[in-house]
Design a binder for this molecule. Structure first.
Ligand code: APR
Length: 249
């Protein structure tokens, strides 16, 4: 894909870059996007109805099983060329902060150094009562209920992800917002920009005068407002941008 020349000029002059990524970033690694994930046994459930504290209280085993299946899928995937391109791009800017809504650790596996996980991490487990992390060695499956938590008598193990209606990890949104307010360029990659508060970040960057670049094969609420809306996939275009930067900076 040929890159718009204005886009590369903006990147050449940029010092502070913010990258917001969503489920589309992981799609080419084989992780189904959140809203596409409902196949097989799970077809009759909406992801939005399983990913809530209320669902876990009412049907802990069901929700635990859903996450176990998603975890098992994620164990077998690897970062793609787009993830590695983001790592490469770090060297061209004074700061490059990666803020992800993904819970699969693919950015960290690829080698990105600064990653804010706004929605937590699916591979870790926490106590449903205290929120403390549970060491994997404590996780024992028992029929009929998720593993018990060692941290609280009524506690069960639950995935360390942020469910609908829950607070984001302390300080994470504050840091991401500060970056959105002060960055020169903001990328919005593979996200539908529907779920708040993460979705607000590229709009905050826009209002603060940053150049906003969207990478998404499908149009979103951001597409018509972004300076550049690249209707392509992350694995397709990010390596091209990284290679172009290598020649310019
Ligand atoms: N490259 C780039 N974008 C892609 C690709 C790809 N290969 N494949 C799909 N997309 C786009 C889709 O067009 C869609 O706009 O990725 C977006 C994925 O949207 P969602 O599934 O809504 O994911 P996301 O925006 O990350 O959702 C935010 O909401 O459901 C919660 O916690 C969950 O983190 C998730 C959050």
């Amino acid at each position: 894909m040929e890159l718009p020349s204005g886009l590369m000029a903006a990147l050449k002059n940029a010092e502070k870059v913010l990258m917001l990524t969503g489920a589309g970033m992981s799609a080419e690694s084989g992780v189904p996007t959140f809203r596409d994930a409902q196949t097989g046994l799970w077809e009759k459930f909406r992801a939005e109805d399983l990913a809530t504290p209320e669902a876990f209280r009412a049907h802990p085993q069901l929700v635990w099983d859903w996450y176990t299946e998603r975890r098992n899928k994620i164990r077998h995937v690897s970062p793609h060329a787009g993830h590695f391109a983001l790592v490469e791009m770090e060297q061209y800017f004074e700061t490059l902060l990666l803020v992800t809504q993904n819970v699969d650790s693919l950015h960290q596996l690829a080698g990105s150094t600064e990653v804010i996980e706004l929605h937590g991490n699916i591979m870790l487990s926490i106590c449903s009562e205290t929120g403390q992390q549970i060491d994997d060695r404590w996780i024992r499956t028992e029929p009929g209920r998720p593993p018990r938590s060692p941290h609280h008598p009524q506690g069960l193990a639950r995935p360390a992800v942020v469910w609908f209606g829950e607070e984001l990890p302390a300080g994470s949104m504050k840091r991401a917002t500060a970056e959105a307010l002060s960055c020169d360029v903001c990328f919005s990659i593979g996200t539908s920009t529907l779920v708040q508060p993460a979705a607000s970040l590229p709009f905050i960057a826009l209002d603060s005068g940053a150049i906003v670049i969207e990478i998404n094969p499908n149009p979103t609420a951001l597409s018509s407002k972004a300076h550049f809306s690249l209707q392509t996939t992350a694995a397709e275009v990010l390596p091209t941008i990284a290679a172009d930067l290598a020649g310019r900076k």
